[in-house]
Design a protein around this ligand. Structure first.
Ligand code: AHR
Length: 557
């Protein structure tokens, strides 16, 4: 089949916020312990005194990941930050109730995370507050501990613990995580209740430190579509894990299905608009005593996609495109309903958990460790294309998670494995920046079965094109066109317009023998293949591949 892609490098649109490449590290499975921090590693290639893995730092660092979210996830709902500061030998061991009741020694806590994130990764920390069993007092104390510069109690305690005067200056704070989820400890079922609490917390937090940015706990942004009746795209992790341990596969599936059927529609339909509307207030609401700006800076949504079948798997991330559009519409609607003046900054979206994750497939591994295929890598490329296409609406997106747990990067006792999806993530982090630009794509579409129902509903009215494309131009004049050829069996001959004939193009291709190959069986079967293409007519995008074309834009374009 033939197709065309015409890119318009001079039609610059919005700037792409680099925060879409953010990460997430949770006390779950081997993400923290065994991932970024590994005191018992026999290889001992560690940074002392905090036992941070050098190989993880040196591999992640070049990606220049801007923000890392911590300490969860579901874990936050019972996390008491004071357990994780001060002399390590005096820290209490607690049970990690979100993830199977495993002992959590708390030997890695706030200051260890700051060392890893700030000092070694050169990234901004994003801390998620405990709105499950935690209190506002405790949250305020954590913010004071991290950010206060005066002589207050928690600022002094931080100095005592870190041995220096420098505050951690944590800018991003999450007002709870998935608090609506039935798998959450101390779940808040009523959006009104959550919104009222979030508002009171936000008011107090901004009085304590007006410079922080607050992230409201939204749901999945899927308000306007029929909700999934399959175990995807939204994943109930801890319940699934707990359930899987004690149930047969069939029961496990029924359990998932029933949970989604009965709980999700009621929860997420009502949730997003209710909480957004109740917390987006005019900036100078004097009865709150807050004059410095809006209380809420981001609305968080989460999404995980997966399928054992290639086409649903690779096209499922298009559901995130709808979720972003829907959530943005809800923010606009709430602003209109609340008479927010047009000039007032409004919240943007923090898609602060996203990835390909099939909890059923990952069950049985240690804490949701996925074995990604080439098909999954292509799905990750579609996810990232979505974030670029929707970059005017997304202020942050966090790949869940950064090491071992549903991650493109795996640690072993002696080294690292880069999974198939690593290479796609790496290429976007390295090269896709600057401004989004116009691109027009003509090609055939997937016309096959669109079941399961969640796929049909979430991509309704949207073409599932064989070529999924985004384009950008950076400050130095490099144009980057990212192309997923989702077709399992056909190369697609494509006329590429908008770039002069004779231009030398850098080509980065991620591909493999079939959509099922993985890098987890002792061999790196998927990687980046670099080539050159001197533009002349058409480019052939190989079947089941991700291709990045990178070229310098000529002056007149
Ligand atoms: O990323 C894994 C888990 O998925 C997070 O803890 C939770 O927020 C989500 O359900």
């Amino acid at each position: 089949q033939t197709a065309s892609i015409h890119v318009f490098p001079s039609h610059r649109q919005n700037e792409i916020n680099r925060h879409i490449y953010s990460g997430f590290t949770e006390h779950m499975g081997r993400c923290i312990e065994g991932g970024i921090y590994d005191p018992n590693n026999p290889n001992k290639d560690l940074l002392t005194p905090k036992s941070l893995r050098k190989d993880v730092i040196s591999t992640l660092k070049p990606l220049d990941i801007p923000i890392f979210r911590y300490p969860g996830g579901n874990f936050t709902a019972t996390y008491h930050w004071q357990d994780g500061v001060g002399p390590v030998d005096q820290r209490p061991t607690r049970l990690n109730l979100a993830w199977g009741g495993q002992p959590e020694t708390n030997s890695f806590g706030t200051n260890e995370f700051m060392a890893w994130c700030r000092d070694h990764m050169n990234a901004e920390p994003y801390l998620c507050l405990n709105m499950g069993t935690g209190t506002l007092d405790e949250a305020l104390a954590w913010i004071e501990y991290c950010n206060a510069t005066g002589d207050s109690y928690y600022a002094k305690l931080r100095r005592e613990h870190t041995g220096h005067d420098r505050p951690h200056n944590v800018k991003y704070w999450g007002l709870g995580n998935e608090v609506w989820g039935p798998w959450q400890i101390a779940q808040t079922k009523d959006p009104k209740l959550y919104a009222e609490t979030a508002l009171q917390w936000a008011k107090a937090i901004k009085l304590l430190d007006p410079s922080v940015k607050l992230i409201l706990c939204g749901s999945d942004g899927m308000q306007s579509v029929s909700l999934p009746f399959e175990p995807i795209p939204f994943v109930p992790p801890s319940m699934i894990q707990a359930a899987s341990a004690s149930m047969s596969d069939a029961l496990h599936n029924t359990f998932q299905l029933e949970r989604l059927r009965t709980l999700c529609p009621r929860i997420s339909r009502a949730w997003d608009y209710e909480v957004i509307k109740a917390t987006i207030l005019p900036a100078t609401t004097s009865d709150l005593g807050v004059t410095q700006g809006p209380l809420i800076d981001y609305v968080s949504i989460h999404g995980y996609t997966a399928s054992q079948t290639h086409y649903p798997n690779v096209f499922a991330p298009l559901s995130a495109e709808r979720a972003i559009e829907t959530t943005t519409a809800l923010i606009d609607l709430a602003c209109a309903a609340n008479n927010i003046p047009p000039g007032q900054p409004r919240p943007t979206i923090a898609f602060d958990e996203w990835n390909v994750w099939d909890p059923k497939r990952a069950v049985g591994s240690q804490g949701a460790e996925e074995k990604y295929t080439l098909s999954d890598a292509l799905a990750v490329a579609v996810w990232l294309n979505v974030f670029v296409r929707q970059s005017d609406k997304v202020g942050m997106a966090c790949l869940a998670q950064s090491v071992n747990v549903i991650s493109p990067l795996m640690t072993t006792e002696t080294g690292l494995i880069k999974q198939t999806s690593w290479f796609v993530y790496e290429l976007f982090c390295r090269f896709v920046r600057g401004h989004k630009v116009d691109v027009v794509v003509n090609c055939g579409c997937y016309q096959g079965d669109t079941s399961p129902a969640w796929l049909r509903d979430s991509v309704k009215g949207r073409e599932m094109r064989w070529l999924d494309v985004s384009a950008s131009v950076d400050g130095e004049g490099w144009c980057v066109v990212c192309v997923v050829n989702a077709h399992e069996g056909e190369d697609i001959v494509t006329a590429v317009g908008g770039v002069d004939g004779g231009t030398e193009v850098e080509v980065y291709e991620v591909n493999g023998k079939s959509v099922d190959v993985t890098n987890m069986d002792g061999e790196e079967k998927v990687g980046i293949c670099e080539k050159r293409w001197v533009v002349q007519g058409e480019y052939v995008f190989p079947a089941h591949s991700f291709t990045m074309l990178r070229f310098r834009v000529s002056e007149r374009k």
